[in-house]
Design a protein around this ligand. Structure first.
Ligand SMILES: [Zn+2]
Length: 253
């Protein structure tokens, strides 16, 4: 059973093919895709299919970025004029497309402040359910708890993560005679990943999570993601030095 990383790439492949053969009408980007010479078009479709085959092996929940050879042939890197159309192909939420159009091209301080909200929420949840948590709770974190917390505590995120850990450890002294809880939490919620090139309107963007563009992953999943990136690059080498990593990875702690 393939997870959303594979499904997302297949959806993108289908959209490109449907635009190419006229089943989906798209403005300027439609023209770009239909005008790619046949040999170049076959070449990039083969590369995209190869990328999907590799991604199937690792089966992540979030897709990697498209192979840069594909992206450059589709002219995605000069996307600013046609952000909505590229956003449609890549399944970016409208809110994130609007934010990108406002010249938000990278992870910035606002995103990093949102990361603190996520850290606080994880610690709260682990505090309340420690020893009784399962992975399903990550869905709750992503969709409910973090956003509730964000609404209620938007101006209350000044504590850094060390303070959180101090609080956490004080509250749990009876359970927590050493640092094993801390290690367990940091391994379980190790990193936040997104496909490279996707800049969310917020690290708390519901639609980003719903469209499988953002996910909090464990240390083990993170190691697999790194192996996946290496294998894609090994199997599909390219010369776009700025695009060696297929995921944006933000460490949580
Ligand atoms: Zn958004």
């Amino acid at each position: 059973m393939y997870k959303n990383g594979v499904k997302s790439l297949n959806e993108i492949l289908n959209r490109i093919e449907n635009i190419r053969n006229g089943n989906i009408i798209l403005g300027k980007v439609g023209d770009i895709i239909r005008n790619i010479p046949e040999d170049r078009y076959s070449y990039i479709i083969n590369r995209l299919e190869k990328e999907i085959e590799i991604v199937k092996i690792y089966n992540p929940d979030v897709r990697p970025a498209l192979d840069p050879m594909v992206s450059s042939e589709l002219k995605i890197y000069s996307a600013l004029d046609n952000v909505e159309e590229y956003g449609y192909i890549l399944n970016y939420p409208k809110c994130c497309i609007e934010s990108f159009k406002g010249a938000r091209f990278g992870i910035d301080n606002e995103h990093m402040n949102e990361l603190k909200v996520i850290q606080n929420s994880i610690l709260d949840i682990e505090n309340n359910c420690f020893g009784d948590c399962n992975n399903n709770r990550i869905v709750n974190i992503n969709n409910d708890n973090i956003n509730d917390k964000n609404k209620n505590n938007k101006n209350n995120n000044k504590n850094n993560i060390n303070n959180n850990y101090n609080d956490y450890n004080t509250k749990n002294k009876t359970k927590n005679k050493n640092n094993s809880n801390k290690i367990e939490i940091t391994n379980k919620y190790y990193s936040l990943i997104m496909p490279s090139g996707y800049i969310p309107c917020s690290l708390l963007c519901d639609k980003g999570y719903n469209n499988h563009l953002i996910k909090i992953i464990s240390y083990d999943e993170y190691m697999k993601i790194q192996d996946l990136e290496k294998e894609i690059f090994r199997e599909l080498p390219h010369y776009h030095l700025a695009y060696r990593e297929y995921y944006e990875k933000i460490h949580l702690w």
